[in-house]
Structures are given as structure tokens and as C-alpha cells.
Design a protein around this ligand. Structure first.
Ligand code: ADP
Length: 171
């Protein structure tokens, strides 16, 4: 009998904060692969609104909120080059979300560079449900900063954390 090699994929991101668009991609990946590692990038050049600990906690709580039945999803944080982390985790592939053509150019460059660095690790692109194609964390932070309700776009734990963050910041 042919041994099935367990498929482990890494879904990397800044997740500042995690949105329903990210969760849509995570759920799709968890249907397709044996194990999904949601990996928070520590050394992002961006200066995030939420600290690493806060972002990781929000990812974990969001997963508990949306899909506690999905037992093949793990969370982790990594530093340094994604391909090195993926190799160390014995990953089959890296998962990225593609929302629109505007994502394509950057993602295409990254995927090819990563393949050059680690030829055995593929990049797999998944498309979210249409209703999430216009969503990104930057827009969510902007809406929340001006006191708009973002609960249609993010899990409840994230909406609450944003509210608290901006109340503390401005009051
Ligand atoms: P990065 O800082 O690397 O862009 P993000 O946390 O913003 O990380 O995104 C991580 C991954 O999730 C990327 O592949 C991005 O394209 C994807 N993504 C972000 N928002 C959405 C969304 N609304 N729908 C689908 N994929 C998304």
C-alpha cells in the first residue's frame, strides 16, 4: 500500500488583526490538507497595532470562536525567512490568500523567490468567498480607529479588542 505522506501547510501572515477573510482561507486549507499551521510573522517590517502576543491570542481565540471542530489547525509564531521556517516544520506547502489581481504581482514574486530558495516547498493560492475580497486588516484598523462597527468583518473577540485598543489610545 502507498504510504500517504502527511500534508502540512503553513499559512503565514501578520494578522494585525485576523479577519474573516483570513479565517475563510484557513478553513479552506484545513479541508484540503492534513495539518494547517497558522504562523504569525514576528519580524514584520510593519509596526503593528497589536503586539505579537496580542495578535497570537486573537488568532487562537478567533479559531475557537469560528471553528472549534477543526482539530487540524495549529498556531505558531516565527522569525526570519519563511522558507527556512517551513523547511524546519517539514511543510509541504505555503498557503496564501489571493483576493484580487492587485495581490498577484507581489505574491507571484514571493512564490517564485521562495521556490528558488526551497524547491520542494510549493506555494498554494486559495481564493476567499467573494464577500471577503475587499477585506484587509488595514481597512479594519482604519474603520475601528474612527469608531465604526467592524463586527461583520472580524470575529467578536477581534471587534472587542479593537474597541478596547482605540478607547485606551484616545480617551
Ligand atoms: P501580510 O502582512 O503578509 O500581507 P496578512 O496577515 O495581511 O499578511 O495576510 C496573510 C495572507 O492572508 C496573505 O496571503 C493575504 O493575501 C491573505 N489575506 C488577507 N486578507 C484576506 C482576505 N480578506 N481574503 C483572503 N485572503 C486574505
Amino acid at each position: 500500500m502507498n504510504e500517504h505522506k502527511k500534508t502540512v501547510v503553513i499559512y503565514p501572515g501578520t494578522f494585525d488583526p485576523i479577519t474573516n477573510g483570513h479565517l475563510d482561507i484557513i478553513e479552506r486549507a484545513s479541508e484540503l490538507f492534513d495539518e494547517v499551521i497558522v504562523a504569525l510573522a514576528r519580524n514584520s517590517q510593519k509596526s503593528p497595532l497589536f503586539s505579537e502576543q496580542e495578535r497570537l491570542k486573537l488568532v487562537e481565540r478567533s479559531l475557537m470562536e469560528c471553528c472549534p471542530h477543526r482539530t487540524n489547525i495549529r498556531t505558531d509564531a516565527f522569525q526570519g525567512l519563511l522558507v527556512e521556517y517551513a523547511t524546519a516544520r517539514n511543510a509541504t506547502a505555503v498557503v496564501r490568500g489571493l483576493r484580487a489581481m492587485s495581490d498577484f504581482e507581489y505574491e507571484f514574486q514571493m512564490a517564485l523567490m521562495n521556490r528558488k530558495l526551497a524547491p520542494t516547498i510549493s506555494t498554494v493560492f486559495l481564493m476567499p468567498h467573494e464577500e471577503y475580497t475587499y477585506l484587509n486588516s488595514t481597512i479594519i484598523r482604519e474603520l475601528a480607529r474612527y469608531g465604526k462597527d467592524v463586527s461583520d468583518f472580524v470575529p467578536n473577540v477581534v471587534a472587542a479588542a479593537l474597541k478596547e485598543k482605540f478607547e485606551i489610545k484616545y480617551h
